[in-house]
Design a protein around this ligand. Structure first.
Ligand SMILES: Nc1nc2c(ncn2[C@@H]2O[C@H](COP(=O)(O)OP(=O)(O)OP(=O)(O)O)[C@@H](O)[C@H]2O)c(=O)[nH]1
Length: 406
């Protein structure tokens, strides 16, 4: 998840509660801006789920731009045949055939790599590297006194740097590609003799400015993508996954279970579901106020993240109800974890404004996620177990009655 570490989750929650309480200050906005920059600089802090969403978006860009390049490249043969002497046409024609084959390969790779993040990243890199390589090849093969005959080749580095802004690349990825294009431009200038001339410096300056504009576009594009992803999948108060994202996650876990079984594993990877509800939460709201209730929900969310492993999924199901998916844990292990959480909640000192202590307890229903059942069935079972815990006095863990195996 995006906030896999509880420190980050707390930072986010404090920011949200501050935002609700006060108008933004300059310092606060600077902090938000810096953390957005950290998110767009590299993919290091991106969650696994966002990385998938990001790759799908990147793939759509690769397909669109790859198609444009593949259509435009052969069309330029007409210009070459009008501008270049016949004996040189062979060089560019060969280069264009290689380029076109490469672009078709990139398109095929991106098309068939629906969920393969590495392949999609590779195809995006190749989409930029192929025209650059083609230009490099033509420059290296053509006799130096004939380079001036090339028409429409000098803009390739500019076109590719402009194309960077179309992709939601991270700043470091774009910077590396942009520097490579500057290197390509410098090489072309040494070949055509314009290196360090007035015209040459002007071109380098122009390309550098274009690169800065593309980096800014990358930053805004990626931060917008992150924000939209967050809004669609996370609960704004606690920073946990929301109900929709939880349901998608459950389906993914089941698909993974089927996949491991399909690959010949004798044992299906177990997976359990915990449904938790704060006891008498209405009383907390009524006694301490709604904003303290919000603070308690955030502290509770933080405790759940601390009590679970990185690959478990913690979600706010709605109101004061939460769900945890424990991947790789069978019923017995899930009951242990649930009991540990229940005890931790009871012993933790939740605090309101002015640090006044607020006693909080939770009831928990536990069930096992069957590989082939609709996820709603498992959620319903966990909910029934939770309400049994409520009926039997609250602050306890109840295991659901599991359906008979077929
Ligand atoms: N502060 C705050 N309260 C919320 C939020 N969402 C739901 N609530 C409140 O949570 C309370 C839930 O009350 P009930 O469903 O009666 O449950 P309860 O008081 O916890 O009682 P039991 O679940 O039976 O132990 C309601 O008062 C809701 O207004 C929220 O985002 N913030």
């Amino acid at each position: 998840m995006l906030f896999s570490k509880s420190r980050e989750l707390r930072e986010y929650q404090n920011r949200r509660l501050d935002e609700l309480a006060e108008p933004p200050e300059v310092g606060h906005e600077l902090f938000v801006g810096l953390s957005a920059l950290r998110d767009t600089l590299s993919s290091r802090y991106h969650s696994r789920d966002f990385t998938f969403a990001h790759a799908r978006y990147l793939r759509s860009r690769v397909l669109a731009l790859g198609l444009i390049f593949a259509l435009l490249s052969p069309l330029w043969i007409v210009v070459d045949s009008l501008m270049l002497p016949t004996e040189l046409l062979g060089y560019t024609l060969l280069g264009r055939v290689i380029l076109l084959l490469g672009l078709v390969g990139v398109l095929a790779l991106a098309y068939f790599s629906r969920e393969r993040i590495r392949h999609i990243r590779f195809s995006a890199g190749m989409l930029l590297a192929l025209p650059a390589g083609f230009y490099l090849l033509v420059l290296s093969m053509l006799p130096p006194d004939q380079v001036h005959g090339l028409v429409g080749y000098g803009f390739i580095p500019f076109l590719l740097v402009a194309a960077l802004s179309v992709f939601p690349f991270t700043l470091l990825e774009s910077l590396a590609a942009g520097l490579a294009m500057l290197g390509l431009l410098a090489f072309s200038q040494t070949v055509d003799g314009s290196w360090l001339t007035g015209h040459g410096v002007e071109s380098i300056w122009l390309l550098s400015s274009l690169l800065i504009v593309s980096l800014a576009a990358n930053h805004f594009q990626l931060s917008l993508l992150l924000r939209l992803y967050r809004q669609a999948t996370h609960d704004p108060l606690t920073g946990l996954f929301n109900r929709g994202a939880l349901e998608v996650h459950l389906e993914k876990v089941q698909a993974w279970q089927r996949d491991t079984e399909g690959r010949g594993s004798l044992v299906c990877v177990p997976c359990s579901l915990l449904m938790l509800d704060l006891d008498h939460f209405k009383h907390i709201n009524d006694s301490y106020g709604h904003s303290v209730g919000d603070g308690v929900l955030c502290q509770f969310a933080e405790l759940l993240v601390r009590q679970t492993r990185r690959h478990d999924c913690v979600a706010r199901y709605g109101g004061e109800e939460f769900v945890i998916i424990l991947v790789g844990s069978g019923q017995a292990r899930a009951l242990e974890v649930a009991e540990r959480i229940r005890y931790a909640v009871e012993k933790t000192e939740f605090t309101g404004h002015d640090d006044e202590p607020i006693p909080v307890t939770t009831s928990i229903g536990v069930t096992h996620l069957q590989q082939d059942e609709p996820p709603q069935e498992a959620l319903k079972r966990a909910d029934e177990a939770l309400y049994q815990a409520k009926r039997e006095g609250r602050n306890q863990v109840i295991s659901a009655v599991e359906p008979a195996l077929p």
